[in-house]
Design a protein around this ligand. Structure first.
Ligand code: PLP
Ligand code: ZN
Length: 408
């Protein structure tokens, strides 16, 4: 069973039934899921959660789909790793890396798609679709394959090869649009008016976005039922950023953890930083930009949840930082060389932003900090191709010693 009561408009508060809707008919505000919290409060406990599966579905009370019919590739419950070398290099006493790059399709998008695809089947859809910056396409295609659904995934034509392959392998129809993500998204919005498909991040968006709360739940549980002092999160549409916050706050209001004093830090790439720019100018109107960044999974120039991300920044007393393009690959290499985790540019953005936030004193050495690593480096091999230069030798000791002089 699910504890969903319905949907409500985030702007005017008008209520709607739990249907495949995403905008308010009256004010065009975005819709969000409402739950029967008193009933959840009766049924949920640390013990109940601990008995659940090692996946996002252990938090089923706070998800808007019926867990008994779930489309399950085992998304979530990824490692929270205590950093040693990166922490030391930054001067941090307690840094954790939430390694979501080891999800079934190698990004955090499996959390949102697991929920959206389960809900889509509940609604009776036979086709899953999405507008993707890369990772979403792979996750939608994989979950559709698992569910026996048809899939159409729409991507900007200039994506990395690994992201295209990582979707195509599951057998969807991959549509590469000659345009930016924002144009892909607009096209899909128009298509969703006429095609009766479940576009996971458009008409299914209220359900889809709830899946990201599980990152907040998990981090709190894995820290021993407490919220961290700081979260450093990559921002594209802003949905993930707002939902990590929402997840921790829900846990707190249900008494599963204490008060949340977490500061939320938003990380973007300088080549696409509309949220950071608005934050710096102290305005809540996001001015859309034309993305030009190596961090393609974050290349959303007109972020749907940007306004709400700014609200969370304000409420949590957080901060937003844009990483110079030339520091992104260095962030990827730092994480790989210091912690043995190979991430994509979104992770490089987070690591480089973290470095800046510590240097500038916004994150203090004694605080508990979690950096969210949301995608896997094997999909974006192009950006670090310069390191793939092995020492070539003949199969002899002489050739080895000629090429490499090292201590025996
Ligand atoms: C989609 C994505 C994000 C950001 O997600 P939003 O919810 O749109 O802000 C971050 N990292 C990776 C790797 C992604 O694929
Ligand atoms: Zn409204």
């Amino acid at each position: 069973m699910s504890y969903v009561k319905g949907l409500f408009c985030r702007e005017c508060g008008r209520e709607y039934p739990a249907e495949p809707l995403n905008v308010c008919d009256f004010c065009f505000g975005p819709l969000e899921v409402t739950y029967d919290y008193p009933a959840i409060s009766r049924d949920i406990s640390r013990e109940e959660i601990s008995k659940g599966p090692l996946s996002i579905w252990r938090y089923h009370h706070l998800l808007p789909a019926d867990a008994s019919n779930r489309i399950d590739l085992n998304a979530g419950f990824t490692p929270l790793i205590r950093s040693k070398n990166l922490a030391r290099s930054l001067g941090l006493e307690e840094l954790y890396l939430k390694n979501d790059s080891v999800n079934p399709t190698f990004s955090f998008k499996d959390r949102v798609v697991a929920v959206a695809s389960t809900k889509a089947l509940e609604f009776g859809f036979d086709t899953l679709a999405c507008a993707s910056t890369g990772n979403l396409a792979g996750s939608v295609a994989a979950h559709a394959a698992r569910a026996g659904m048809r899939a159409f995934v729409f991507i900007p034509a200039d994506l990395e090869y690994g992201k295209i392959l990582g979707a195509a392998i599951y057998g969807p129809t991959v549509i590469a649009v000659d345009g930016s993500y924002d144009q892909v998204n607009r096209l899909c919005s128009e298509l969703s008016d006429t095609y009766k498909w479940a576009f996971v991040n458009i008409n299914m968006r209220p359900y889809y976005s709830e899946g990201s709360k599980t990152l907040g739940f998990e981090v709190a549980e894995q820290l021993g039922w407490r919220a961290p002092d700081n979260c450093v999160v990559p921002v594209a549409s802003g949905s993930l950023f707002t939902k990590i916050w929402k997840g921790m706050r829900e846990f707190s209001s249900l008494g599963l953890i204490g008060p949340v004093k977490t500061r939320m830090f938003a990380a973007q790439a300088m080549g696409c930083a509309p949220v950071v720019t608005a934050f710096d100018s102290h305005i809540f109107d996001i001015r859309p930009v034309r993305p030009n960044t190596v961090a393609k999974s974050l290349a959303i120039g007109n972020p749907a949840d940007g306004y709400y991300a700014l609200k969370v920044l304000e409420e949590s007393k957080g901060y937003a930082w844009a990483v110079p393009e030339e520091e992104i690959v260095q962030g990827i290499k730092d994480l790989a060389e210091m912690e043995g985790i190979f991430t994509e540019p979104a992770g490089g953005v987070v690591v480089s932003a973290l470095r800046h936030l510590v240097k500038s004193g916004r994150i203090k050495p004694s605080e508990t900090t979690v950096a969210f690593i949301t995608g896997n480096g094997y999909k974006t091999q192009e950006v670090v191709a310069d390191v793939a230069k092995p020492v070539l030798i003949k199969p002899t000791i002489a050739s080895f010693e000629e090429a490499v002089s090292v201590r025996r």
